[in-house]
Design a protein around this ligand. Structure first.
Ligand SMILES: [Zn+2]
Length: 69
């Protein structure tokens, strides 16, 4: 299954899944989810790294994204 970065005009392979937690004003970035999350966005390494979030939001990164596998 091909997973491509969800950013417009980006065709790189997705390596991370970003999830918005609206209740806690939190953005969670973790390894690519096996299935699409309801509020999840797949991102390539570059976009996951450059991610900017709304003011007042917190970013939580789970483990190393560069992990092989
Ligand atoms: Zn991208």
């Amino acid at each position: 299954m091909d997973r491509i970065c969800s950013k417009a005009s980006c065709r790189r392979e997705a390596v991370a899944t970003l999830t918005y937690d609206y209740a806690d004003s939190m953005v969670v970035i973790g390894p690519l989810a096996p299935a699409r999350a309801p509020h999840g966005y797949d991102l390539c390494a570059e976009h996951a790294d450059r991610l900017s979030v709304p003011q007042g939001w917190q970013v939580v990164r789970h483990q190393a994204l560069g992990q092989a596998g």
